[in-house]
Design a protein around this ligand. Structure first.
Ligand SMILES: Cc1cc2nc3c(=O)[nH]c(=O)nc-3n(C[C@H](O)[C@H](O)[C@H](O)COP(=O)(O)OP(=O)(O)OC[C@H]3O[C@@H](n4cnc5c(N)ncnc54)[C@H](O)[C@@H]3O)c2cc1C
Length: 557
């Protein structure tokens, strides 16, 4: 198994040389190199923030409690998996301590990893995983499946109401292509595989998978399935759910095979229970995924709308006529302004000047991308462009679209730099119908502003629409504020609570693609109702009677 880059313990990955994120600025580069002067000034003015050095505590000083696994349990785990696949060393445990939410990073940066798993276990097959779950049930050990470790909702928190010892079940040994069925456009893979490895394997056959979330470099296919992820091209290729033809779920009560390609009417679809189960029902140990030919043509371009409302109306119109591009991303005025300032360079300056000259103000940037056969791309582009233009859109050309594509994995690297300079940086997301989107947008921004405005501090809330559907779209909010160094965790918890209440009240979903995790579970009942929660509990207690499978997430207390 080839070594893959690791996420860092206190942030995102170390930027590999030559990675596009280098242009956005990696953490070693520091604030001055990561952000152009105009962007630093803009943030200071908007936020009431003075840049300062707030580096994380050195890794050797991070606090970790001794493993709580009793000796007989460790011996049983070792007898099952072999010594090299049961790890209790400091680094293995630190690397699986939680995910990559702002709260996770705050804790790790402050030197706290007391919530790290007691051990890391690495099964190699479905059978080994099932045996491991049975063993952990007997020994009363909590099991938290660990894919790429990129959860942003506390999905790896490992919290157990009974405070039992916990292991992180790392899936990296199950990370290969097992079968490629070209006539059926289907690939069978291990859940520990990451996107880049899958694309490399498929590319040799002229195929692609096409699921590209911003966490693509590190997240795993099993993690995508467990959280119902959505990638940047989901409007075209579909959500991850749409791409799963079937999967294998190892549970403490046995192994389930769900999904019957190409389609089946044999009762309710059990695949839907496994997708989004977040490790609470067992471990996804194999995935059968839909693949497609590599697109012969890709075309990305930028457009500008005078206002957010005009951009929304244009996209709604595209959706109604089934003309939405494969990638669609409309930024509001705040995000457009910040992105143009952050990208710096002559291109952004020329663009701003051109928009002003056409009395477009700063506008709202729309990035669209089409992929597929040349004739079809051409026809779709032509029809969609005519509609965008008729709704007041100004075409900015391919360089804007290509620039977004080049830098699209860079933001998490920049986040590390901003955290080092005294900022709070976090994102949240939802989805709503076209009718409800404007209300949800206003309500969330208002809630965040009210919660985070205090003592000279003001937040910057930047929003974009992405993942379009015939019935609505997803909204993604990025929030920056001067960090409250006294109560940084409370500062974000208050804001998140206010935003979540607001988006639910306005008709948004609790989560469109980040999942429930530990952070959203107090609100799950509001989304699916008390009976819905009882149904999920009943399924869990049948598959996981001892409640060892990731008990800290999804289901409310
Ligand atoms: C910077 C950044 C950008 C992101 N961008 C996106 C985005 O564009 N789109 C998006 O959808 N998400 C995004 N995310 C969220 C995250 O990447 C996704 O939720 C992803 O699906 C998690 O995959 P993972 O392999 O890292 O899973 P992990 O974080 O390891 O686990 C996530 C949850 O799934 C469970 N789990 C993992 N593997 C399995 C398995 N094999 N069987 C059962 N349960 C399992 C875990 O126990 C946990 O509850 C982003 C996160 C970050 C930090």
């Amino acid at each position: 198994m080839a070594e893959q880059p690791e996420l860092t313990i206190q942030g995102w990955g170390p930027s590999p040389a030559g990675h596009p994120a280098d242009a956005a600025g990696d953490r070693a580069a520091g604030l001055e190199e990561a952000l152009p002067k105009a962007a630093r000034r803009h943030l200071a003015r908007e936020l009431g923030w003075t840049p300062r050095r707030t580096p994380p505590v050195p890794v050797p000083e991070i606090r970790l409690t001794p493993t709580r696994l009793p000796e007989p349990t460790l011996a049983a785990l070792t007898a099952l998996l072999g010594e090299e696949n049961v790890r209790t060393d400091r680094e293995s445990r630190l690397l699986r301590a939680g995910g990559k939410s702002y709260l996770d990073l705050l804790r790790r940066r402050a030197g706290d990893a007391t919530d790290a798993p007691d051990a890391v276990v690495l099964p190699g097959t479905t059978e080994e995983t099932a045996a491991l779950l049975a063993l952990c049930s007997v020994h009363d050990v909590v099991v938290v499946p660990f894919g790429g470790g990129t959860s942003v909702v506390g999905g790896l928190a490992g919290v157990d109401p009974d405070d039992r010892p916990a292991v992180a079940l790392d899936l990296r040994r199950m990370a290969s292509v097992q079968e490629l069925d070209v006539p059926s456009s289907m690939v069978t893979v291990g859940p520990g595989m990451r996107g880049p490895q899958l694309e490399e394997a498929l590319g040799k056959e002229g195929l692609t998978f096409g699921h590209l979330p911003q966490s693509w470099e590190f997240a795993t296919l099993g993690g995508y399935a467990a959280t119902r992820s959505s990638g940047q091209a989901s409007t075209g290729v579909g959500r991850f759910d749409d791409l799963v033809a079937g999967l294998t779920l190892a549970t403490p009560s046995g192994v389930l095979e769900v999904g019957h390609p190409p389609a089946s009417a044999a009762g309710p679809d059990l695949l839907g229970l496994a997708l989004g189960s977040e490790g609470t029902l067992g471990v996804i140990t194999e995935l059968r995924l839909r693949v497609r030919p590599k697109p012969a043509t890709t075309s990305y371009e930028g457009w500008s709308f005078r206002t957010w409302a005009a951009g929304l109306a244009a996209l709604q119109r595209l959706a109604r006529h089934d003309l939405l591009p494969d990638v669609v991303r409309l930024s509001d005025v705040d995000e457009t302004r910040a992105n143009l300032l952050m990208s710096g360079g002559t291109g952004a300056r020329v663009l701003r000047g051109m928009l002003r000259a056409r009395r477009h103000g700063e506008g709202c940037l729309l990035v669209v991308g089409w992929e597929g056969l040349p004739d079809i791309v051409r026809a779709r582009t032509r029809a969609a462009s005519a509609l965008l233009r008729s709704r007041g859109g100004i075409r900015l050309g391919h360089s804007v679209g290509e620039s977004w594509r080049k830098h699209r994995f860079g933001a998490p690297y920049t986040r590390d730099t901003l955290l080092d300079a005294g900022l709070m940086v976090e994102t949240l997301e939802t989805a709503a119908t076209w009718a409800a989107l404007p209300t949800v947008y206003d309500a969330v921004r208002r809630a965040l502003r009210e919660s985070l405005t205090a003592g000279g501090r003001r937040p910057l809330v930047m929003t974009h629409l992405s993942h379009g559907y015939p019935t609505g779209a997803s909204l993604y909010f990025t929030v920056l504020a001067d960090r409250d160094e006294e109560l940084p965790i409370q500062q974000w918890l208050n804001a998140k609570r206010a935003a979540t209440d607001a988006l639910l009240a306005a008709g948004g979903t609790l989560t469109h693609h980040h999942a429930v995790g530990a952070d959203h579970r107090p609100w799950l009942e509001r989304e699916i109702g008390p009976l819905g929660v009882e149904v999920l509990r009943a399924v869990k207690s049948r598959l996981d009677p001892k409640g060892i499978c990731n008990p800290g997430v999804l289901l409310p207390d």
